[in-house]
Design a protein around this ligand. Structure first.
Ligand code: FMN
Length: 303
């Protein structure tokens, strides 16, 4: 996969399922990440061809819950993001999905206590040997491109050092979220520190943080020197952020999102969560629409 000059939908838990990925791509995203899925969960799953929907489903044994759903239309642009702390388990998990996706990405930025306590996400940032093990094991054994996504370390020097070590493992690209582990989402992303990584590496760096409008894409490109840009909240709130024609009214995007959720039989929890996030940003959950979404139990209720 070519990682230059691309607009990228960021990985987002509960949000980045098939309907949002397809919607973002329709509006102009070139690469679309799925939500992070933990390797422990994946190794308990089966890969099932769903002839009815025309999808490939990764389904948890026993519960039959769909952990990941993809379709041939997105095969060349969907990135499977995994949470892991162990090379052998990561490989076993990745082998289940690697032929159905364009790349496998390892999350090295998640600051939630669940990830950190399991040695995953941002916990990996202070374990360069484990990073090396995981990435080289995946690289050696998969034919699918391998990438990872990091946060900034305490100093720019430390981030660049780690990024150089990651580059040596043979990853196809590195996404850098321009915040440090203790930073909150409202803290401004440090585009200047992403620029230091871009300047030091030959491998494509995907810059991430604080892109909310199409114009911000050029601003972050100028500030970081990165040619590929990743968008999370901007796309959650209005997936048409990727459109060079400018954003569509969010109500229109929301309707299309619900339509796609029904077409692809998206998990209710995911559609509900995503709609709540959209409504909280643009309107208010206390209004009748918000209350109705909160009460909904099925996709039909949500529609
Ligand atoms: N980052 C990951 O690497 N994996 C995830 O699964 C993930 N889930 C997220 C879920 C939500 C709802 C949000 C808002 C962010 C999530 N992130 C995750 C972080 C984003 O990918 C991104 O790095 C961060 O939000 C900064 O980008 P932004 O300023 O465009 O929002």
């Amino acid at each position: 996969m070519d990682y230059n000059n691309k607009l990228v939908l960021a990985p987002m838990v509960r949000v980045g399922t098939l309907p949002l990925r397809l919607l973002a791509a329709e509006y102009g995203a070139d690469i679309t990440y799925g939500e992070e899925i933990i390797d422990h969960k994946l190794v308990k799953c089966d890969r099932i061809v769903n002839d009815y929907l025309g999808t490939i489903d990764v389904v948890e044994k026993g519960t039959q819950s769909v952990v990941f759903r993809t379709c041939p239309e997105e095969h060349n642009r969907v990135v499977f993001q995994m949470g892991t702390s162990d090379a052998v388990r990561a490989l076993k998990a990745a082998q289940l999905v690697c032929n159905d996706v364009a790349a496998v990405d390892i999350n090295m930025g998640c600051p939630r206590s669940f990830s950190i306590s399991g040695g995953m996400g941002a916990a990996l940032l202070s374990k360069p040997e484990t990073i090396h093990d995981i990435l080289t094991t995946l690289k050696r054994n998969l034919n699918t491109p391998v990438t990872c996504k990091i946060r900034l370390l305490k100093t720019s020097h430390d981030t660049v050092e780690l990024a150089r070590q990651i580059e040596k493992t043979g990853v196809s690209a590195l996404a850098v979220h321009g915040r440090k582990v203790p930073d909150r989402p409202r803290d401004p992303a440090k585009w200047n520190e992403i620029a230091d990584v871009v300047a030091a590496l030959s491998v494509p760096v995907i810059a991430n943080g604080d892109v909310f409008d199409y114009e911000d894409i050029q601003r972050i490109k100028n500030a970081t020197g990165a040619s590929s840009i990743m968008v999370a909240r901007g796309a959650l709130w209005n997936a048409s952020v990727f459109s060079p024609k400018g954003k569509l009214p969010w109500e229109e995007v929301k309707k299309e999102y619900v339509r796609k959720s029904i077409l692809w039989d998206n998990e209710v929890k995911s559609t509900k969560h995503t709609l709540k996030e959209m409504i909280m940003h643009h309107s208010c959950l206390e209004f009748p629409e918000g209350k109705a979404v909160i009460k909904s139990e099925t996709l039909v209720d949500l529609a």
